[in-house]
Design a protein around this ligand. Structure first.
Ligand SMILES: [Zn+2]
Length: 76
């Protein structure tokens, strides 16, 4: 798809790192699937992936973890 930020680039399949902060917990997900603009580098993450991230984050927060760094594809 065309990038909506710079309106010039095309997005390509790639991965990115997403940091979520919930209360006193910080959760870092690596290798999150995303569409990345080849011009400005803007990242687009699918809604289904975002939902999955929030679901995983909730589980981690429930366990009382303060800092957690993990790969997206590894089950929480
Ligand atoms: Zn762009």
């Amino acid at each position: 798809m065309k990038c909506i930020i710079c309106k010039h680039g095309e997005t390509k399949e790639g991965t990115t790192t997403v940091t979520l902060e919930k209360g006193s917990s910080t959760i870092v997900f690596k290798e999150v699937p995303a569409h990345i603009c080849d011009n400005c580098g803007e990242k687009y993450i699918d809604e289904s992936v975002t939902k999955e991230l929030l679901k995983k984050a909730r589980k981690i927060v429930k366990n009382g973890v303060e800092i957690d760094i993990r790969k997206y594809n590894i089950a929480a």
